[in-house]
Design a protein around this ligand. Structure first.
Ligand SMILES: Nc1ncnc2c1ncn2[C@@H]1O[C@H](COP(=O)(O)OP(=O)(O)OP(=O)(O)O)[C@@H](O)[C@H]1O
Ligand SMILES: C[C@H](N)[C@H](N)CCCCCC(=O)O
Ligand SMILES: [Mg+2]
Length: 221
């Protein structure tokens, strides 16, 4: 039976991809068949590739077709509903759910990386929170550890609970190498968030998710 998690974050650029790749490596190290989805990606390079998708593919140990991993590959690195409109597209949940079902049959663990923060508009079927609900997945919240993250984390946790979704755990990711009072901030977050802290990923001058994998002290259930 495949276990799947929806990876959300306190914002864009907080380390959802980095943490997802690190978790893939950690779970693969447990002998599991693992892969990830990026249902909606915004921003393609000259070759038409999205950086997140390529990093997630590299961290997986099961090879999955790009169109299943990433049903919506949008050109512009902007809010996805705007990027889709530029291309005359509407982001719909049905293709994403179908791709998810196909991929889930190929792996033991499937991690689904959201886009930006928890409540990002997508299209007529709803926003990224509605997508997590439609996929009926527990969430893992990546908290980018920088001044202001407590508010963003607690607002996100509140929104997750308001949807009746389960927060399976959270990850503290050191995105600010000079953050003041980091340990006290982590303690405050741990006191407020009623879910396991899966690990604190260090700031890495050269981010290597295979190395960061060792920072997980608790694995999601
Ligand atoms: N712990 C870390 N140490 C050093 N650099 C990091 C760390 N975590 C993330 N980064 C870098 O910060 C940038 C943003 O990280 P990442 O792409 O994982 O964020 P994201 O939340 O997935 O963003 P998006 O919303 O665009 O998907 C990347 O360049 C990444 O390599
Ligand atoms: C393009 C960027 N890297 C992200 N993938 C998309 C972030 C969307 C954020 C939308 C918003 O909350 O304003
Ligand atoms: Mg990402």
């Amino acid at each position: 039976m495949t276990q799947a998690y929806f990876i959300t974050g306190t914002d864009t650029g907080v380390g959802k991809t980095f943490a997802t790749c690190a978790l893939l490596h950690r779970l693969a190290g447990q002998g599991l068949r693992v892969a990830a989805m990026k249902p909606v990606a915004a921003g393609l390079d000259a070759a038409g590739l999205n950086e997140d998708v390529e990093l997630l593919r590299a961290a997986a140990n099961v090879h999955c077709a790009r169109d299943l991993m990433n049903p919506y590959a949008l050109r512009s690195p902007v809010a996805p509903h705007l990027a889709a409109a530029e291309e005359g597209l509407e982001i719909r949940f049905a293709p994403i759910l179908a791709a998810f079902e196909t991929l889930a049959n190929q792996v033991d663990i499937l991690l689904v990386e959201g886009i930006g923060g928890f409540r990002v508009p997508l299209g007529p079927d709803g926003d990224s929170a509605d997508l997590a609900l439609a996929m009926d997945l527990p969430l893992i919240l990546v908290v980018g550890l920088r001044l202001g993250c407590i508010n963003h984390a607690l607002l996100t946790v509140e929104a997750i609970q308001a949807r009746g979704l389960r927060l399976a755990g959270w990850v503290g990711n050191c995105v600010d190498p000079v953050m003041a009072r980091r340990e006290e901030n982590l303690a405050a977050l741990a006191g407020y968030i009623d879910a396991p802290l899966l690990g604190v990923l260090p700031w890495m001058d050269r981010p290597d998710p295979a190395v960061a994998a060792d920072s997980f002290t608790w694995l999601p259930r």
